[in-house]
Design a protein around this ligand. Structure first.
Ligand code: P6P
Length: 338
């Protein structure tokens, strides 16, 4: 995709001009976020050269070992965003509780939720990783953000997106007016508009799921995947399976060329479904992006953006991508297809 000379800064200002009541607060918030992405990108790209690939020895709120780059990304985003005066609170995959803005800084009217470095288990094998973010408006009175301000359904997001650090570094975001992608030009350190108005194809040719867990899927998921694998699927063209094991990488591919990503609940214990992906800073932001691009995102039973969150690190099953493949899954999940 040819990049234009339109920087993300110019793009944000032009978008702001379309909103009469805009104060510039939101524009500055997104701009600050792009600075954090450039810093993280620099470290991710040189990770193999310095001793930053290792483990910190800590574990995050989910008991997962924290890699140094995870922690670096988390701290970079917090420090880039805590003093701009646009936020009243932040929440991160790496922190058990809501993070308040330090007392010395002005508070703002937005909340930032983020997964600082998703796919981090792939870092030291040089597979793309990414940052996922979600922005909400403050709902409660008073200057400080609260857990209640974070626990809003995804349909309340004012912006969402991700930055994938891969063969090139691309930031994709939506603020409810379409989906736009910007590629980082390392020569000038600018994100340039490379993917204006992204629309996902109505039907894709690939599915992304960890088939290693097929023994723990529920029956509708098993039947759905078997259907996609049959030579007759897609009018005889069949489907290819693509699974990177890095949500942002798999999502980004499907967004651009079509396809469906699934991370259903696993049933090692038939009575205890175990979803993996987090609602607030993985499923919700990607669901906002995919719907703005003409796609769909569901748990298999509910639209992701309608879910009323109950806790900060709540997990949900996720089926997301081209509308035809998601609708077919919903038919299997509801018993209309078997
Ligand atoms: P599995 C990475 O840890 C992650 O959260 C997502 O980026 C990725 O899609 C998923 O987990 C991979 O999980 O169980 O297939 O290794």
């Amino acid at each position: 995709m040819r990049t234009s000379s339109l920087t993300i800064g110019r793009h944000l200002v032009e978008q702001e001009r379309k909103v009469p009541e805009a104060t510039g607060d939101f524009t500055a918030l997104l701009w600050d976020l792009t600075i954090a992405f450039k810093i993280i990108n620099h470290e991710v790209n040189k990770a193999g050269l310095v001793d930053i690939l290792g483990w910190t020895g800590d574990r995050n709120v989910h008991g997962e070992k924290v890699r140094k780059l995870d922690q670096f990304a988390h701290e970079t985003i917090f420090k880039a965003m805590d003093h701009g005066g646009h936020l009243c609170a932040m929440a991160s995959e790496e922190e058990p509780r809501v993070m308040l803005i330090p007392g010395k800084f002005k508070k703002g009217r937005y909340v930032l939720l983020f997964d600082p470095l998703d796919g981090s288990s792939n870092i030291d094998v040089n597979v793309s990783v990414g940052t996922i973010f979600s922005i909400l408006r403050k709902r409660t009175p008073g200057p400080d953000g609260t857990l209640e301000d974070c626990l809003q359904p995804g349909c309340e997001q004012v912006a969402a997106g991700y930055c994938v650090y891969g063969s090139s570094t691309i930031m994709v975001y939506t603020s409810g007016h379409g989906v736009h992608g910007f590629t980082l030009d390392p020569n000038i350190g600018e994100f340039l508009l490379s993917h204006p108005d992204i629309r996902i194809p109505r039907r894709g040719g690939t599915y992304s799921i960890n088939e290693g867990y097929s023994g723990t899927w529920d029956e509708p998921t098993r039947r759905y995947i078997e259907n996609l694998k049959s030579p007759q699927a897609r009018g005889g063209k069949g489907y290819s399976m693509r699974y990177v094991g890095s949500l942002v990488a798999d999502f980004h591919r499907n967004l651009l060329v079509g396809g469906v990503f699934l991370y259903p609940a696993t049933y090692k214990d038939p009575n205890k479904p175990k979803p993996k992906l987090r609602l607030l800073y993985e499923a919700n932001p990607l669901a906002f992006v995919i719907e703005q691009a003409g796609g769909k995102a569901s748990t298999g039973r509910r639209r992701i953006l309608d879910i009323e969150p109950q806790s900060l690190h709540q997990r949900v099953p996720l089926v997301i991508g081209s509308p035809e493949e998601v609708d077919l899954y919903l038919n299997y999940a509801s018993g209309k297809e078997s």
